[in-house]
Design a protein around this ligand. Structure first.
Ligand code: SAM
Length: 330
């Protein structure tokens, strides 16, 4: 069966699964969007439940799975989760992590079927890193990057959330940092614009949001290669020194939303059609634990796709009356 296509013509080919809540994360990033989830709810899906829902979605050609959290590596059974998903024969299986246990787990995760990782590194200065992450250990993050490259993940992406007045002066330093790692095409620096969700709402967002539009135009001029991805139509630029930089500009960007091919799953087992909204979640874990069949779970997935809509819409589309302000998704 081909992918389901939502009312706005967007196929759903990927899923981003939170395997634990942000309350259980080992770090406390000042800007954390908490994957758009509220606080509380310590319910977690078991490895079997994660595998089962991924298998149901694979029946609808959802062949790209990204694990996130919280912090995925905090889970004792993260290896089992990856092993189970690794056996499904997905096109892509990746993880976003702050690298907490990556130095010890990288090889086993690779052997279990994890293909690539996004490692969060929001500064190249240890003290700033500590400030941004609420006490994170910079050296540990660097060891995680090296272990991930050594394990052969391809690519290793470095996620940098760019914050005005905090780390926006070190973008070129990041590029030099990446060049010095000498990983060539295996490393991609990903500069991410702050999203107005979770902790990053209101005054925080206004204070720290740094629009990456101008910087992207500069990169475009410098680039020797410019690759446009299908997902969000985001661009990856290869610079003359061999470093790849990807720019993620989700805010007020209808092109980004109109090309969003991923659905989310919250840590407590709900389909979440949009990062910015919590009024259209579709629970499946309750149904699963109540004995629902795969067909019933599939119906819930179909419903989640049916009610999915871009948060930032092009002017040519009628704006929805139930569109919420971003701040309500905190
Ligand atoms: N704990 C893991 C980590 O730090 O990578 C995974 C969870 S974290 C919520 C997933 C990604 O979301 C990280 O790369 C993080 O930098 C990014 N992120 C978190 N809050 C954000 C925000 N307000 N705007 C943009 N990106 C954000």
């Amino acid at each position: 069966m081909g992918p389901l296509i939502d009312r706005f013509g967007r196929p759903v080919t990927g899923v981003r699964i939170s395997v634990n809540s942000t309350s259980s994360c080992n770090l406390h990033c000042i800007f954390c969007h908490r994957e758009g989830e509220g606080r509380g709810h310590e319910v977690e899906m078991t490895p079997e439940e994660i595998e089962r829902i991924a298998r149901v979605l694979k029946g609808f050609s959802v062949t790209k799975v990204k694990l996130t959290g919280g912090e995925p590596t905090v889970r004792d059974d993260i290896l089992e989760i990856v092993e189970r998903l690794g056996r499904l024969g997905l096109d892509d299986l990746s993880m976003t992590t702050n690298g907490y246990r990556m130095a010890e787990l990288a090889r086993e995760l690779k052997d279990a079927g994890l293909k690539r990782v996004n490692l969060s590194l929001h500064s190249t200065y240890p003290d700033r890193y500590r400030f941004i992450t609420g006490g994170g250990d910079y050296e540990r993050a660097i060891r995680a990057i090296k272990a991930s490259l050594d394990a052969g993940f391809f690519p290793v992406k470095l996620n940098v959330v760019v914050l005005k007045g905090v780390n926006d002066d070190e973008l070129e330093r990041f590029i030099e940092f990446a060049r010095e790692l000498g990983a060539g095409d295996a490393l991609i620096l990903q500069f991410i614009e702050l999203q107005m969700v979770g902790s990053a709402i209101g005054g925080f967002y206004r204070k720290y949001h740094h629009d990456l539009k101008e910087y992207e135009a500069v990169l475009k001029r410098r680039a020797v290669k410019d690759v446009e991805r299908t997902l969000h139509r985001r661009h990856q630029y290869k610079l003359p020194n061999g470093v790849w930089v990807e720019i993620v500009r989700p805010m007020h960007n209808s092109i980004f939303c109109m090309n969003d091919t991923r659905i989310r799953i919250t840590h407590d087992g709900k389909f979440k059609p949009c990062l910015f909204r919590n009024d259209n979640l579709v629970d499946f874990l309750g149904a699963m634990r109540g004995g629902a069949s795969d067909e019933e779970l599939a119906e819930r997935f179909k419903l989640a796709v049916r009610i999915r809509e871009p948060f930032f819409k092009p002017l040519s589309l009628p704006s929805s009356s139930d569109e919420l302000s971003a701040s309500r998704a905190s």
